[in-house]
Write a protein that binds this ligand. Structure first.
Ligand SMILES: Cc1cc2nc3c(=O)[nH]c(=O)nc-3n(C[C@H](O)[C@H](O)[C@H](O)COP(=O)(O)OP(=O)(O)OC[C@H]3O[C@@H](n4cnc5c(N)ncnc54)[C@H](O)[C@@H]3O)c2cc1C
Length: 430
């Protein structure tokens, strides 16, 4: 794939016509007007190599053959605010992906992945969104824990845990936040001590996404009782299915229960299941956050593209497409999405563990998606937040709006991203 940097080429033919005045004043384009060539779903500005074009044809064909039956019934489902929907079917779907080698696409071949190029990962994400395949269930295993193990784990840890993720068998959750340690993560009070060849873990985590359906949790715990703040923490891998772990679901404003409280009461894990050195967990935890904030978001962005397309359709259907204020916000969203993607690609092209610059992506996409949710409701108008009939059920648009309020909080709030950028990237005083 060749990236084309001439700004005029970033526009499809239709957009150029619009720029020329053709459709500019004629309302928003119909979906059928949109260019849908093999390369232009979201990346109208790239030229494919033969290998990439073949890869795109192959994955599109695979998805067309496999997103059928119960999987087709879940088309477009399971996204933000809709996570509980069809979970068992989505787990079965994850196994299908695993069997076909579509999990860990970008991981190195030595780690069991496909070593796919960045371009091919983008193509996969685009085709996946085009096929409206069901939402994935193990983002934290595949995109957060796995790259962390590849960067910092021992060969034994990699051999033990990566295959389960690649097969779609083992799901992971993130045990960072606590009642008194969110933004201030260094205030972690969960503690762990050695007992023979095991760690014993005690404490409470909160807002733990998907803990109720996870097999393992990566837990930041204090292993040096004399330590404070960033020192003396370790990054432990803890099995969820044991008497010492209790998961209590928290009902969210969307009506679903995506996150949980997790209580560790003499929970146990093997002594060898500490990633990095004992008492050096802060470094590992921050490395993982770099993956979370920066480079793991490409597939998510293709989902954003779909949501934006849906929003444009809604605006047309509701007669809002001629409202200059709505049009301006839609155009801003379109521009923002492109900026976000180019920045993600720039970050992904860099090798290794992302640095504090990853906060640029998180700040940008969190705010962008929150604003998209608000625009969705504004386009829907007065009925936006009211159910059509009883029993009251939220529409997907309403769920998206409500869930997107959390985009500027999880993974580190906007204020914290700004602090990171100010202090660690720009070198401003604390
Ligand atoms: C949907 C969702 C899913 C989540 N999933 C997980 C998960 O799977 N695992 C996990 O560990 N956590 C998870 N979290 C928790 C998330 O990481 C925390 O909510 C987040 O870090 C903020 O912490 P807090 O909620 O304790 O808020 P606080 O830290 O109490 O912050 C409250 C407010 O004060 C501001 N603030 C705090 N400190 C500063 C400062 N120094 N400067 C400026 N402003 C500041 C914050 O920006 C925020 O606006 C999830 C959260 C949500 C909403």
């Amino acid at each position: 794939m060749r990236w084309v940097c001439d700004a005029s080429l970033h526009l499809t033919d239709r957009q150029v016509r619009q720029q020329d005045g053709g459709a500019l004043h004629g309302g928003l384009p119909a979906v059928s007007d949109r260019a849908h060539g093999p390369t232009d779903l979201t990346m109208g500005d790239v030229a494919l190599t033969d290998d990439d074009a073949r890869f795109r044809r192959d994955v599109a064909a695979w998805l067309a053959d496999h997103v059928v039956g119960e999987y087709a019934e879940l088309k477009g489902r399971g996204g933000p605010g809709d996570e509980d929907v069809g979970f068992d079917v989505r787990v079965a779907w994850e196994h299908e992906l695993g069997k076909a080698g579509f999990i860990g696409l970008g991981w190195p071949v030595e780690a069991g992945g496909r070593g796919a190029s960045l371009d091919q990962q983008i193509i996969w994400a685009e085709e996946y969104a085009r096929a409206e395949a069901p939402a994935r269930v193990n983002h934290m295993g595949e995109n957060l824990l796995a790259p962390t193990l590849i960067a910092y784990g021992t060969p034994e840890q990699q051999e033990r845990f990566l295959p389960g993720i690649l097969r779609g068998d083992e799901r992971w959750c993130q045990g960072y936040s606590e009642p008194n340690a969110g933004s201030d993560l260094a205030n972690v009070a969960t503690r762990a001590h050695r007992d023979g060849d095991e760690w014993i873990v005690n404490g409470q985590k909160v807002w733990t996404s998907l803990a109720h359906v996870s097999h393992w949790c990566f837990v930041v715990a204090r292993t040096d009782p004399q330590s404070s703040r960033h020192q003396g923490l370790s990054f432990l891998l803890v099995p969820m299915d044991q008497p010492g772990v209790e998961v209590r679901p928290i009902v969210q404003i969307t009506g679903g229960g995506e996150f949980n409280e997790v209580f560790f009461d003499d929970a146990r894990t093997e002594a060898s299941l500490v990633v990095g050195d004992v008492d050096d967990g802060w470094r590992i935890a921050m490395g993982l956050l770099g993956f979370e904030r920066g480079v793991s978001t490409l597939a998510q962005q293709v989902g954003f593209e779909r949501e934006l397309e849906h929003l444009v359709d809604l605006a047309r259907a509701r007669g809002r497409g001629d409202d200059p204020a709505v049009r301006a916000r839609l155009v801003d969203a379109w521009i923002g999405l492109r900026l976000m993607k180019w920045n993600a690609m720039r970050s992904m092209a860099a090798k290794g563990v992302p640095g504090p610059e990853a906060s640029i992506s998180k700040l940008f996409w969190g705010s962008w998606h929150r604003d998209l949710g608000a625009l969705m409701i504004d386009v829907l108008g007065a009925h936006g937040l009211i159910g059509e009939s009883l029993p009251y059920e939220l529409t997907l648009e309403q769920k998206l709006f409500l869930f997107s309020r959390s985009d500027t909080i999880y993974g580190g709030s906007n204020e914290i991203q700004r602090n990171v950028l100010g202090e660690r990237v720009l070198g401003l005083p604390r």
